[in-house]
Write a protein that binds this ligand. Structure first.
Ligand code: PMP
Length: 379
């Protein structure tokens, strides 16, 4: 039996989506695939509440989507500000560095996020051209206060990039209302689709900035090469990840049927239920409560539980979780709870976690913890 994938992405892919993935490979310029591409693009716009944004989807992963976002709105001598609450903000800085772009970074401590007042101070004192932020950092479980950032950045002449890889589709991101210029994400987390697609959505302002650049230091990642294909998916630039797109379109249908607002609520409920169960079992959270993201939990061990042994035992029980990154390695484990995870699967995970901890010497009342978690679903 394969384990239930509770790492913070990829999230479990339900049979209906796997069946779509296993459908015959169509021509990348066929009318059949074009229908799925169009449906995917329309869905992405709805997902981030934009009427006029330009969505792009192509073979790749989140890191490619980050590169695409930055390279298409940053001019060579632009001043770039990166807000980093951990691992993936630092990656955005590494990408800027790889392309020789100058940048400043404001880092929060791990488990926290940069506060809007700090952002205000920075953009008041220096005229930045680009501000890049991570919505949810998958290393730390911290969500940035995007709405507060939106208030700070409103009306300023700069490009605002949001990395939504661990958020888009599971946490609210209102592109038009909040004035976000680029949202980048990937298929494998909140959408519950298999990995393999990079996604970027550009505002009209961001498109205009790209058009104002004489060139970008990229070929595949140049959105102007992709734009004709997104407008007419029977055109060719580079071969689509045909089967991944068929699978993603099915994932989009599942999400559209559930309703995006209902999905955000369910996401919150899953997080609360799992955390209630964990607390009852004696596990704490690493992330500061003010910044807790609903899509994953970064969990501290009770005294005496060894990280590697715990995760190996939990895997034997049928659940895959991830270890800590960077400074948290060995001290925490990370559990994703996004996409199409069901209430029943979440309760099963809490129960197995309790049994695993008990077998390792923890005094946990497993039935009481499961009951406490289940009560959240019955509220
Ligand atoms: N940004 C964030 C917030 C992420 O969580 C991840 C992946 N965990 C990435 C970027 C990079 O995505 P990928 O691994 O698909 O390249």
């Amino acid at each position: 039996m394969d384990p239930l994938l509770l790492i913070p992405g990829p999230s479990p892919v339900v049979p209906r989506i796997l069946e779509a993935l296993a459908k015959p490979t169509l021509s990348h310029t066929s009318a059949g695939l074009a229908t799925d591409v169009r449906e995917t693009l329309d869905f992405l716009k709805a997902c981030v509440f934009t009427a006029s944004g330009e969505p792009f989807v192509f073979a790749g992963a989140g890191t490619l989507a980050m590169e695409v976002a930055l390279l298409n709105v940053a001019r060579k001598n632009d001043r770039i500000l990166i807000l980093s609450q951990g691992y993936f903000g630092d990656r955005m800085a590494a990408i800027a560095e790889a392309f020789g772009l100058g940048f400043d970074v404001i880092r929060s401590s791990w488990g926290s996020a940069v506060r809007d007042e700090e952002l205000r101070k920075a953009v008041d004192s220096i005229r930045y051209d680009v501000v890049a932020v991570t919505h949810v950092d998958t290393g730390t479980g911290a969500a940035a206060p995007l709405r507060a950032y939106a208030e700070v950045l409103k009306g300023r002449d700069l490009m605002w990039i949001v990395d939504g890889v661990c958020a888009t589709g599971g946490v609210e991101e209102r592109m038009d209302d909040w004035g976000i210029d680029v949202i980048l994400t990937a298929a494998q987390k909140c959408f519950g689709a298999p990995p393999g697609l990079a996604i970027d959505i550009f505002s009209p302002r961001a498109m205009a900035k790209r058009r104002s650049l004489p060139s970008v230091p990229a070929y595949y990642s140049d959105i102007l090469r992709w734009l004709p294909v997104m407008h007419d998916p029977q055109k060719y630039f580079s071969t689509h990840a045909v089967n991944e797109i068929r699978a993603f379109a099915e994932a989009a249908r599942i999400m559209a049927a559930e309703g995006i607002a209902a999905r955000f609520l369910r996401q919150n409920r899953l997080a609360r239920a799992i955390r209630t169960g964990l607390a009852a079992l004696g596990f704490g959270l690493f992330t500061e409560s003010e910044f807790l993201a609903p899509t994953l939990s970064v969990i501290r061990y009770p005294e005496g539980i060894d990280d590697a042994s715990f995760r190996a035992n939990y895997l034997t029980a049928g659940y895959a979780v991830a270890g800590g990154l960077g400074e948290t390695a060995g001290r925490v484990f990370r559990m994703g709870h996004m996409g199409n995870l069901t209430d029943g699967q979440a309760l099963g995970a809490v129960e197995a976690l309790g049994e695993t901890a008990r077998a390792m010497g923890c005094k946990a009342d497993v039935p009481a913890a499961v009951e406490a978690a289940a009560a959240v679903f019955h509220e």
